[in-house]
Design a protein around this ligand. Structure first.
Ligand SMILES: Nc1ncnc2c1ncn2[C@@H]1O[C@H](COP(=O)(O)OP(=O)(O)OP(=O)(O)O)[C@@H](O)[C@H]1O
Ligand SMILES: [Mg+2]
Length: 365
């Protein structure tokens, strides 16, 4: 078993660059955890500390119950796959995969068997005699993953391994890495800045911002109940719409954007009652907007907006509209005939709306 535990881990570069700030998390044995966040938020540093490539400033890291702060990388039983593959250009795919085992003085037959097995798992048996320059990007990526697999590590660390691949290959490798996890049943920690990768791959997602863990949850929990505006805006594509406004409340409690008002259903009104007359941020996802009122969704809430851009996606359209104050994107059916420059009325599914504190950005609803 290989549980990975970070206990109040902080990494400070130099005197004041706080790359990871007081991070605590327990990653269970065999779990597939995805670490996601914008560029510079500390993802690589987080992984590199687990791998032992970066010293921990404060806090403790445990692998398999053992505190590893002072354990050398090679003794941590971890394999890491990097974004740039870092293959040796003069070696064949076979030798690249075998290299780590040779260094560790494994017997020849064992090396041969492990490389063949990994190559078979990854479907690169026919490529073992080729050098990296004779391989495509996706094939090189497989060799890099193979080099990690042959070690049979307790934990796999992936640092944006697919970011050099084109869109189609990324999708394919994404499912292959998921299959690999199912097959190997090894703890995996996977770093990406791509929220779609995070949503589709992880059993749990860790959202990081400025070195601070914002939320740890399964994909749908993150999507439906983000803890703050950052997580709400980061997970989902196109992103959640936000509108600044106030909670108006003499009689019926409503959100007032300035150009439109949303009457709030009782359970939402109860939660925002403390914000009457105060500023809040309203949030609604693009798919929770429609051109027709939704049956059974309570009092219809709608607003009028001017269509600026229409993006046909084939199976749906993204309509970029503006209320005059707030830009909003709606995800609509291709059957809708929506023309740039026209005015449209959009209905809000009030069962799925969010509110955030304007100052702290914490979730209210
Ligand atoms: N060796 C270093 N010395 C000083 N600062 C560093 C060092 N390595 C990273 N940092 C800083 O620490 C912060 C986190 O960097 P890190 O590489 O972990 O981010 P990241 O989330 O992996 O970003 P990206 O998505 O761009 O790879 C950044 O502000 C970065 O500039
Ligand atoms: Mg990085």
């Amino acid at each position: 078993m290989a549980e990975v535990v970070l206990d109040k881990v902080t990494k400070i570069f130099g005197t004041n660059v706080v790359a990871v700030d007081d991070a605590s998390i327990t990653i269970a044995d065999k779990e597939f955890v995805v670490l996601v966040g914008p560029s510079g938020c500390g993802k690589s540093t987080f992984l590199r500390m687990i791998a032992g490539l970066e010293e921990v400033t404060r806090g403790e890291i445990y692998i398999d119950g053992r505190m590893v702060n002072n354990v050398a990388p090679k003794d941590r039983d971890i394999a890491m796959v990097f974004q740039n593959y870092a293959l040796y250009p003069h070696m064949t795919a076979f030798d690249n995969m075998a290299f780590g085992l040779k260094l560790r003085k494994y017997p020849r037959e064992e090396i041969e068997a492990r490389v063949r097995e990994a190559a078979q798992i990854l479907g690169i048996e026919d490529l073992l005699d080729r050098k990296p320059k004779e391989l495509s990007g996706g094939q090189r990526q497989r060799v890099a993953v193979g080099r990690a697999i042959v070690r049979k590590p307790k934990v796999f660390l992936f640092d944006e391994p697919l970011s050099n691949l084109d869109a189609k290959l990324r999708v394919q490798m994404r499912t292959e890495i998921e299959k690999l996890h199912n097959r190997l049943q090894t703890t995996m920690i996977y770093v990406t800045h791509d929220q779609i990768e995070a949503m589709t791959m992880g059993t749990r997602i860790v959202v990081l911002k400025d070195g601070v863990i914002q939320q740890v949850a399964d994909p749908m929990t993150l999507y439906d109940t983000p803890v703050n505006k950052f997580v709400a805006g980061f997970i989902g594509s196109p992103a959640m719409n936000f509108a600044d406004g106030v909670i108006a409340g003499d009689g019926e409690v409503a959100f007032d954007e300035g150009t439109f008002k949303v009457p709030l259903p009782a359970e939402v009104a109860g939660k925002v009652s403390g914000y009457k007359g105060k500023k809040v941020v309203f949030g609604v996802r693009p798919e929770d907007l429609r051109t027709k009122p939704l049956e059974g969704a309570g009092p219809p809430a709608s607003f009028e907006a001017t269509v600026e851009v229409v993006e046909p996606m084939g199976n749906e359209i993204f309509a970029y509209v503006t209320t005059g104050k707030t830009p909003i994107v709606a995800r609509l059916s291709t059957r809708e005939e929506i023309k740039p420059g026209s005015r449209i009325k959009l209905f809000i599914d009030v069962r799925r709306i969010h509110f955030f504190d304007a100052a702290s950005e914490a979730t209210i609803v």
